[in-house]
Ligand binder design. Structure first.
Ligand SMILES: Cc1ncc(COP(=O)(O)O)c(C=O)c1O
Length: 370
């Protein structure tokens, strides 16, 4: 392989930027500080205290009785693990953007047969299409992205979950990476077998941990299979928790310390208030976008954590992103992939408020001369 990448020395000397990205997002100072503790061993009692605290607090925050795994990995790990753990042969994946397409790709890489229900980018998944597909064929699982980060679409997982109640042999796997913690979902009520996120998104923690809930049925299924993931095996992770209150291999302890601190803040706010705050940020951002531009997602399916603005004014998106960063030290995102100039994305998740989002939109108005 010929490498074209040259070393670019990290100097530690960079201006502080406020992140309005679709993750990583802003992390509270006391959460950053929580990472700076002397190291301890992952088989010490102290680790059991830390890990059982973050797991049980997460169940409480998500308002679920399902089991919870917190694993050292990015969220991508659970695309692989859920597929390996729950799919023998066939998986149904509705695709409507870059991340749902990648979920399908991952399953194909793992040797599964994937049938896609394809939508144009910006469109939402329609439950009746999922029902039609399930009537036409048998699937081990439906894998679905709840919040399509590339297009700002919030897919109707609750409605798809409802209809999956009629197909008890099909597991429901939900990638909620860019919305869980900022967009409440009733996990059991939506017949979800596994829903996962990464810590750098609406949980507003540093990156490095992935979180997944597991239904009893999903856990049981793995008991009969030797094709399950080793690292992300539900049984391996949960049995270790059950026996020792720890993880099966050495975790990123400093990030778990940050997790503990931030989850206490999340519990203090509560999932209802957190959901409401995200709803208000999303409403404000959408209103601003409609006033000045347009919205990329299909109407009625706009995300609660990431607004994808359609660049109807033909502004130079890359230059605006750069200039807002230079002048205001605010970082937001251009459109994803081919949409880079056609749209731009504002992450309103985690610790942000309507006021902090307004500071960004004011800065964009100033720089783009709106
Ligand atoms: C919907 C969605 N799925 C998966 C991923 C991958 O997550 P990670 O980078 O934590 O592996 C992302 C990242 O942005 C995402 O937005």
């Amino acid at each position: 392989m010929v490498s074209v990448t040259k070393k670019s020395e990290y100097t530690g000397d960079y201006p502080e930027k406020t992140l309005y990205l679709p993750g990583p997002t802003e992390v509270r100072e006391d959460v950053i500080d929580a990472m700076a503790e002397p190291m301890f061993g992952h088989r010490m009692d102290r680790m059991t205290d830390l890990y059982t605290t973050i797991v049980e607090d997460t169940k409480e925050f998500l308002d679920t009785d399902q089991e919870v795994i917190v694993l050292t990995a990015s969220g991508t790990e659970f695309w692989e693990a859920t597929t390996m753990n729950l799919v023998d042969e066939k998986m149904l994946v509705p695709t409507s953007g870059a991340f749902s397409e990648r979920q399908a790709n991952v399953a194909e890489r793992l040797g599964k047969t994937v049938d896609r229900v394809e939508y144009d980018w910006g469109q939402a998944v329609k439950p009746e299409d999922i029902r039609d597909a399930l009537e036409a064929d048998d699937y081990d699982a439906v894998g679905m992205v709840m919040n399509e980060t590339s297009t700002g679409v919030r897919n109707p997982v609750e409605e798809v979950g409802d209809l999956l109640g009629d197909y008890p042999d099909t597991y429901f796997i939900v990638d909620a990476i860019s919305c869980l913690g900022g967009d409440f979902v009733d996990i059991e009520g939506s017949n979800i077998d596994a829903i996962f996120t990464s810590t750098q998104k609406a949980f507003a923690m540093p990156p490095g941990l992935a979180v997944c809930t597991v239904s009893d049925a999903a856990y049981e299924r793995e008991l009969e299979k030797d094709s399950a993931s080793w690292y992300g095996g539900f049984q391996r992770c949960l049995d270790y928790y059950d026996r020792k209150g720890q993880t099966h291999s050495t975790p990123a302890i400093p990030i778990m310390l940050a997790y503990r601190k931030q989850m206490k803040h999340m519990l203090e706010e509560g999932h209802k208030a957190r959901d409401q705050r995200h709803r208000e940020m999303a409403e404000y951002t959408r209103e601003w976008a409609r006033d000045h531009f347009g919205l990329f997602p299909e109407e009625g399916y706009e995300s609660q954590t990431v607004t994808c603005v359609e660049n109807t004014q033909g502004i130079d998106v890359a230059a605006t992103v750069e200039e807002v960063s230079q002048q205001y030290d605010f970082v937001f995102s251009s459109g994803y992939g081919d949409l880079s100039e056609e749209s731009f994305r504002i992450g309103h998740m985690g610790e942000h408020t309507v006021e902090s989002i307004k500071e960004l939109t004011d800065a964009i108005e100033d720089v783009a001369d709106l």
